[in-house]
Write a protein that binds this ligand. Structure first.
Ligand code: AKG
Ligand code: FE2
Length: 310
């Protein structure tokens, strides 16, 4: 998996940006996955999110269920062990998670208001640092997503800012995940054999921070599962289904999974970026091949979210 220094996309000259975009384009066409350094996100900010994530998942179940995702019309909050199904051949995954997104106001009610995507987050009581750190990190990752979008645009022969206007009111979901050691789970025989089942992500771009545990695997073109070893300070980036549709499958949404790792807990922090809900995912102007029925970002995402939670 290529390791790409993306600092040029955050303020480099034209040639440096073009070279970086070329590497990103190659990676998106081949593996649909790449790792990045030079991303500009402060390591202390990420470490701070890891710390409060551990605090949150250590809360009693009742406290976590007080902010259950199933109470939120916008899929925000906590989902418990086996709460999310990634591979429908199995039941829910042996992981728990917590999601936030941008707190954009629901515009005029009805069509175009996206009441199932826009609205407030849920926050656990008495954890102001948790809220602050996740919010700050979420902002930093939105910025990074916009920087990487310059690379995507250049790699697709589009104006550098092509995607930016499509990402100014995005559905930008920050998730913290905890994979507990299976030995600590009641009735481990009821669990699927993986940590996170084989799946493709729904959106445009995913930016993942994994801890040092390992376990992430990506499927190559021959069908083999390839380990993505954790690299301190680097993020794993991957293309989701919407970007694959947008590019007529030129950029690949690649299947990936997490195998169980023991002993100990595994934590990871994915950030899922989806264009503004109204943005039409149709063949890109520089490409033009009609490979998929056009759909809006919001409609596509809602269709996928509706099937995700047990
Ligand atoms: O936990 C991980 O490392 C990956 C999780 C993942 O692929 C996802 O949540 O979409
Ligand atoms: Fe994923």
């Amino acid at each position: 998996m290529p390791m790409i220094d993306v600092s040029a996309l955050r303020g480099g000259g034209g040639d440096e940006k073009a070279a970086c975009a070329g590497l990103i384009g190659d990676a998106c066409r081949r593996a649909g996955f790449f790792q990045i350094t030079g991303h500009g996100v402060d390591q202390a900010l990420l470490d701070g999110v890891h710390d409060v994530a551990k605090d949150f998942f250590a809360l009693p179940t009742a406290d976590k269920m007080a902010v259950a995702l199933t109470k939120s019309p916008q899929y925000r909050g906590y989902f418990p062990l086996k709460g999310e199904v990634t591979d429908t051949a199995f039941g829910g995954d042996p992981k728990e998670g917590f999601d936030i997104s941008l707190e954009l106001p629901v515009q005029a009610a009805g069509a175009g208001g996206w009441p199932k995507l826009r609205g407030p987050n849920q926050w656990p009581d008495g954890m102001p640092e948790f809220r602050q750190r996740l919010t700050d990190y979420h902002g930093a990752l939105c910025d990074l997503g916009r920087s990487l979008s310059r690379g995507f645009a250049l790699a697709l022969d589009l104006p550098e800012d092509f995607f930016l206007s499509k990402l100014d009111a995005p559905t930008a979901i920050l998730r913290i995940l905890h994979y507990p050691p299976v030995e600590t789970v009641a009735d481990p025989t009821s669990l699927p054999p993986h940590g996170c089942g084989a799946h493709t992500d729904y959106g445009y771009l995913t930016i993942l921070a994994q801890d040092g545990s390992g376990g992430l695997q990506v499927q190559n073109l021959a069908g083999a599962w390839i380990d993505v070893p954790p690299t301190p300070g680097a993020y794993v980036c991957n293309i989701g289904e919407m970007m694959a549709r947008w590019t007529g499958d030129e950029f690949r949404a690649t299947s990936h999974r997490v195998v169980r790792v023991s002993p100990g807990s595994r934590y990871s922090i994915p950030f899922f970026l989806h264009p503004n809900p109204d943005v039409l995912i149709e063949p890109l102007p520089s490409r033009g091949a009609v490979a998929f029925e056009p759909t809006t970002s919001g409609a596509y995402l809602l269709r996928r979210l509706e099937g995700a939670y047990a």
